[in-house]
Design a protein around this ligand. Structure first.
Ligand SMILES: Cc1ncc(COP(=O)(O)O)c(C=O)c1O
Length: 542
């Protein structure tokens, strides 16, 4: 019987002891003496003269109230115009947004109330108990961790989550494993600590397992200048910047290699609920309705690494954030990991942020407890449909602007995927001639439609720019084109910003990351037109 099945059949075990991964910094952390007093705070008969707490009578907020959208504000039917016209309805008031009021009083009316007395006071790094309870329910029902003593802990968003995790696990001079292309702030956060990334080649599911095994098996400390990495940073869903998503089988393969080489996985997963399925032609979309039943929808999502079929040892630190599902300004997220790591991360939190901001915690906790688990899941479903419509709109607009040839990928990174390769559409001529010219014209860029997240990743074919020199300085073409686009009024992400190895970005394969998460349909349409004109000029395809 496989290890996974054996684990499933048996009673859930506790996480194994992985404390040998802790960094010197993390081991040296003691409990903050003042925070150590906090465990007495809940006692009703306690007269506290110990802490430097301001009396809540001096908090100028008597209550905080707000209007929150209702969980089913966004339809489950894929209907782009509903979202894009919402500004119009709001402006003219003909279809008002449906809201529910939430209010946080300073003092409790019942014992379970979220109050400003507590939320705005000094507290522990574990955050508001009501929020913790909601988060635990979410993790238990959705991610379904494999071991019994999994623990959650609030943080101030995944950037902070990774920042704290990397210094808790790595010493200066060490390396960590990551995807070849990755989230730049994760690199910028670890670099000043002298902790550097080692990229692993990717394909349409993200990190390639055979490449990971090769890297670890062939690691030569004397050549690399540091010991074999024992930490991985990965973005497995709607990967930033490439948009790819890793399925269960690949996750199991990667996990098994991490068990074999004793590697801790830090799973940064902000786009988990923005899994939207494949991109299809307009006509096919009606038949691709989202699963209306929340449970079927949740079980259709690629599972987290912490799920019972994968992380049976407790070697994954999962990072969740409310940035993409509620609002980035909430600066709120949470870890799910083994209790030993959670305790060390808590120690790191209590001497830096102390705890996430009380305004954000109380508002989000009140919103979530008002919506309840079912309401939040319904909200998330609605968001997934919104992002799907946005992705479809952008890809449709690119297909309008360019001639797109559809093929099955043959390169190692896109093997077997549906690849769209764009060439310039001729501007004038008879339709027969246009077709002929379009067919014969050169490739400008290629893409694989993403199935999750917020980004479309373009591979530019600079080899088709007249006068292209293969030995030109790396990234020069990419930046030249990027500047031309910026000057023409369209700002997109230059691929080089996302390279895990800044030295090794290939000059031929320039890349751009386009976010479909923010702009209006009108702006997308304008931007794609400008993109088309600038590209035609750059590739001299008039
Ligand atoms: C992979 C990844 N991690 C983290 C973040 C930032 O998350 P947070 O706002 O929670 O710090 C982003 C946002 O762009 C991201 O793409």
């Amino acid at each position: 019987m496989s290890q996974y099945l054996t684990e499933k059949v048996q009673e859930k075990r506790k996480a194994i002891d992985l404390s040998h991964h802790l960094s010197d910094l993390s081991r040296a952390r003691a409990t903050s003496p003042l925070k150590g007093l906090a465990r007495y705070f809940g006692r009703p008969d306690l007269i506290s003269l110990a802490g430097g707490m301001p009396n809540e009578a001096y908090f100028p907020f008597a209550a905080i109230s707000g209007d929150a959208l209702v969980p089913d504000s966004f339809s489950l039917a894929s209907n782009q115009s509903e979202s894009s016209l919402s500004w119009f309805w709001k402006l003219f008031g003909s279809r008002k947004e449906k809201t529910t009021s939430i209010s946080i009083p300073k003092y409790p009316a019942t014992k379970d109330d979220i109050t400003l007395k507590v939320a705005l006071q000094y507290g522990t790094a574990t955050g508001l108990p009501q929020l913790q309870k909601f988060i635990n329910e979410l993790v238990e029902k959705i991610y379904q961790p494999a071991y019994s003593d999994w623990t959650t802990l609030v943080q101030t968003g995944n950037t902070d989550g990774w920042g704290r995790a990397v210094t808790t696990l790595c010493n200066p001079g060490e390396a960590f494993i990551t995807e070849d292309w990755t989230y730049p702030s994760a690199l910028a956060g670890s670099a000043p600590h002298g902790i550097h990334p080692v990229g692993v080649l990717m394909d349409d599911q993200g990190m390639r397992s055979e490449e990971l095994r090769k890297l670890l098996a062939e690691w030569d400390e004397s050549v690399r200048g540091c010991k074999r990495p024992h930490v991985m940073y990965t973005v497995p869903v709607g990967q930033n910047p490439t948009g790819v998503t890793m399925g269960l089988d690949r996750k199991k393969e990667i996990y098994d290699i991490c068990v074999e080489y004793d590697v801790i996985i830090v799973e940064d997963d902000p786009y988990y609920f923005l899994q939207m399925g494949s991109y299809g032609a307009k006509l096919d979309r009606a038949s691709q309705a989202m699963h209306a039943d929340p449970e079927s929808w949740l079980s259709s999502l690629a599972p987290s690494y912490v799920k019972y079929v994968i992380d049976y040892q407790g070697r994954v630190i999962r990072l969740d954030t409310f940035s993409k599902t509620i609002a980035p300004g909430s600066r709120l997220g949470f870890y799910t990991c083994n209790p030993r790591f959670a305790e060390r991360l808590e120690r790191a939190g209590e001497v830096s942020t102390q705890a996430p901001c009380g305004f954000g915690q109380s508002l989000i906790a009140q919103l979530l407890t008002t919506w309840k688990y079912e309401g939040y899941v319904r909200w998330l479903q609605g968001l997934a449909v919104q992002y799907k419509s946005r992705r479809d709109f952008l890809l449709d607009a690119l297909r309008e602007e360019f001639h797109m040839q559809v093929s099955v990928g043959t390169t190692s990174s896109w093997k077997g995927c549906t690849v769209y390769t764009a060439s310039a559409k001729p501007k004038t001529g008879s339709s027969r001639m246009l077709e002929k010219r379009a067919y014969g014209s050169k490739a400008l860029f290629s893409l694989v439609p993403p199935t999750s997240g917020m980004f479309v990743w373009l591979k530019l074919h600079f080899e088709n720019v007249p006068g292209f020199q293969p030995d030109e300085e790396p990234n020069t073409m990419e930046m030249k084109l990027w500047v031309k686009l910026a000057e023409a009024g369209v700002l997109i992400g230059p691929g080089r910003y996302f390279a895990s190895d800044q030295e090794d970005a290939s000059p031929v394969d320039g890349h751009f990351r386009i976010a479909f998460s923010y702009a209006s349909e009108e702006d997308f349409t304008k931007a794609v037109k400008i993109f088309g004109e600038v590209l035609r000029e750059f590739f001299q395809e008039q």
